[in-house]
Design a protein around this ligand. Structure first.
Ligand SMILES: [Zn+2]
Ligand SMILES: [Zn+2]
Length: 400
């Protein structure tokens, strides 16, 4: 197939999809043309300009050209297997804790030697806490940081590694999402029938990373809890590896508390909603980069309070577990805001009640359903769950 016929075929298919409107499989972003970053701007299914077309068609055509030299059976196997490579994004979220704890060259003791954390020749770190000591509320104090107290500090690495794990996991997520969104791994389906919001990738990425409700506030939270000794000591312990059952428990606990706080923000008082959560609800057709776009009070109420409560319910996590939890939580939270669905979502995640982008789009679109983010279980229990399949062919595309 020549690239010219491929282009014609894509145009024909796009027109067909526009007409039936049931399933649209070629969303795209713009790389240079100005676009309103607003969810009211309908996407390609209804308003793609011609200038958008070459970008997507080029990537699709190049994928087709690359695979056209393969026999037809191999091509179909490749086309069905390739999208599932995206599943690797999940173990990649644990990249940093696994690297620093399970390798020799990159082991944390080699990369961050203890000698770095000594002052006046004496070690001011609390070795017992590093190995899982006893928690005493408020025994740490900021004065210790500047050397006014003699009591040893918790290891500052525990402070910085949590957020570093989120950041490293996020790099993998962004790389994968770019491949997925550009349909290099296969066709994608927009969640909503009106298509995806158009945006300039670099600008949206920049806006996403600079949101105060994202990394900045999380860093501040970790610093405050470290300086004022507000987390159980095991959270600064490097003993052992990732405790996977604790990661799962933390995710469930976090999402439950977040579910309660989210519901409260919606129903407690109109003023509270306006100040905290309303800014995030300006997106009725969100995109991945809208995940952290909200207000500072919203992040404090819906992210930081649950984080603090979770740390005091699941009290025996070590540094590696906290890193794994933090990264999988933050990155999953980002994924559910995607404008296109992921291969594992419609069947696997939906059947397990795990949060998908379509589930969260239901919340953004209809406001009164799906208050959970990572798990739909709590909504199912209290009757606020609405499956995306209920609006297939109406507001949402079939199969999302
Ligand atoms: Zn959201
Ligand atoms: Zn909400």
């Amino acid at each position: 197939m020549t690239s010219e016929t491929t282009t014609t075929e894509l145009r024909r298919r796009r027109q067909h999809n526009d007409n039936d409107g049931d399933r649209f499989e070629t969303p795209m972003t713009m790389t240079s043309k100005s676009a309103a970053d607003d969810d009211d701007v309908d996407a390609c299914s209804s308003s793609c300009s011609d200038s958008d077309a070459p970008l997507n068609e080029a990537s699709s055509a190049s994928t087709k050209n690359k695979s056209s030299s393969l026999p037809e059976s191999s091509q179909s196997i490749l086309q069905s297997v390739l999208p599932w490579f995206g599943l690797l994004v999940w173990p990649c979220m644990l990249f940093l804790p696994l690297l620093l704890n399970h390798t020799i060259n990159f082991h944390y003791t080699n990369l961050f030697p203890r000698e770095w954390y000594t002052t006046r020749g004496e070690n001011w770190l609390d070795k017992s806490i590093e190995l899982g000591g006893i928690w005493e509320w408020g025994t740490n104090h900021w004065l210790q940081f500047i050397g006014e107290h003699s009591k040893p500090l918790r290891h500052p690495l525990g402070l910085s590694l949590g957020i570093s794990a989120v950041a490293v996991g996020h790099v993998f997520l962004l790389l994968y999402f770019r491949l997925h969104q550009q349909q290099i791994l296969g066709k994608t389906t927009p969640v909503q029938r009106r298509g995806t919001v158009q945006y300039i990738y670099s600008e949206a990425l920049q806006n996403h990373l600079s949101q105060p409700g994202g990394f900045l506030l999380l860093g501040l939270y970790l610093t405050i809890t470290w300086v004022f000794d507000m987390l159980p000591p095991s959270y600064y312990s490097f003993a052992g590896g990732i405790q996977y059952s604790r990661v799962a428990l933390c995710l469930i606990c976090q999402d439950f508390v977040q579910f309660v706080m989210h519901k409260l923000e919606h129903v407690a008082h109109p003023k509270m909603y306006r100040i905290s959560h309303k800014p995030h609800h300006k997106f009725t057709n969100p995109k991945l980069f809208d995940a952290f776009d909200g207000s500072v009070p919203d992040t404090a109420i819906m992210i930081l309070v649950p984080l603090f409560v979770t740390a005091h319910i699941v009290r025996d996590c070590n540094v590696w577990t906290y890193m794994a939890f933090g990264s999988s939580y933050a990155n999953w939270l980002t994924l559910i805001h995607s404008e296109v669905i992921f291969p594992w979502e419609p069947r696997l995640f939906r059947s397990l009640g795990l949060g998908t982008s379509a589930d969260h789009h239901v919340h953004h679109k209809f406001f009164k359903y799906n208050f959970g983010h990572l798990f739909m279980w709590f909504d199912m229990m209290v009757g606020t769950y609405r499956s995306p399949s209920e609006v297939w062919g109406q507001e949402f595309n079939f199969g999302v």
